[in-house]
Design a protein around this ligand. Structure first.
Ligand code: BTN
Length: 253
């Protein structure tokens, strides 16, 4: 079923929604809307993104008619901003549970995998005015019926590929935003972090992360309450790595 402005305005009541058939990036639109006075909970949705952005300057492809590309404007306590990716990741996992997918796992910091393949990526971006937080734009991309080249199909999947059923993107979005709201209500609680850890497949495994561009190897031993990865190095030293300055380079078997 097509995503239309009318369907979304109905499905996502009572949130303010801006729907674009085609836009460069929903995150960019949401940041502009935030700066011109959008309220907490306002949502930007696009059917197609022509310059969708991923983490670390990567491109995120959103061809027309096949995916969810959504950005939610959040006005939260600055103390909680590093936990927003955990809330977003959990909401995506819950939406996938409801769509009856199996083998769903979070991959720190911001990915969701199904059967080991990426199905969703999350991009939280904070906007500051001096030392005042204006808000956070939480961008979420989910592959619904994307098709992938043979190479990419080794690493990426979609909801329809996993379920073999046609999916209604407006209905998925309603479920996603419902769970996101619930998870955001748990910011600052240990339970949010515990639930996030329970979804991770990498705890206890050897990983390599780049810290300031330098690969650091260790065991992914924990996630702290801020959402940082706790890495235990071979010499026993532990370091806390934030998403903003680290990338998981590989995951041990
Ligand atoms: C990643 O895995 O690197 C994060 C991908 C985030 C993609 C979403 S799609 C909606 C929002 N708009 C963007 O330009 N990016 C995010």
């Amino acid at each position: 079923m097509a995503l239309t402005d009318e369907r979304l305005q109905m499905a996502l009541l009572p949130r303010p929604v801006r729907f674009f058939e085609r836009v460069e990036s929903t995150n960019d639109e949401a940041v502009a809307w935030l700066q011109s006075g959008a309220e907490h909970g306002a949502v930007v949705v696009a059917d197609e993104q022509t310059a969708g952005r991923g983490r670390m300057g990567r491109t995120w492809h959103t061809p027309p008619g096949v995916a969810l590309a959504v950005s939610v404007i959040l006005k939260v306590n600055p103390a909680f901003i590093t936990q927003i990716n955990m809330a977003g990741t959990l909401a995506v996992c819950q939406m996938l549970d409801i769509a009856k997918l199996d083998n769903i796992a979070a991959k720190w910091p911001n990915d969701v995998l199904v059967n080991g393949k990426k199905i969703s990526g999350i991009l939280p971006e904070a906007t500051w005015e001096g030392d005042q937080l204006q808000g956070v734009v939480l961008g979420i991309g989910v592959n619904v019926r994307n098709t992938f080249s043979a190479d990419l199909a080794q690493q990426a999947t979609s909801i329809e590929a996993e379920t073999q059923r046609e999916q209604d993107r407006a209905a998925l979005l309603t479920v996603l935003l419902f769970h996101l709201e619930q998870q955001l209500g748990r910011l600052g609680t240990a339970a949010l972090c515990d639930d996030y850890k329970a979804r991770l497949s990498m705890l206890g495994q050897p990983v390599a992360v780049a810290v300031d561009g330098v690969p650091v190897h260790g065991i992914a031993s924990d996630i702290d309450e801020q959402g940082a990865l706790v890495l235990t190095k071979a010499d026993g030293e532990t370091i806390h790595v934030f998403a903003s300055d680290a990338t998981v380079l590989h995951q041990g078997a």
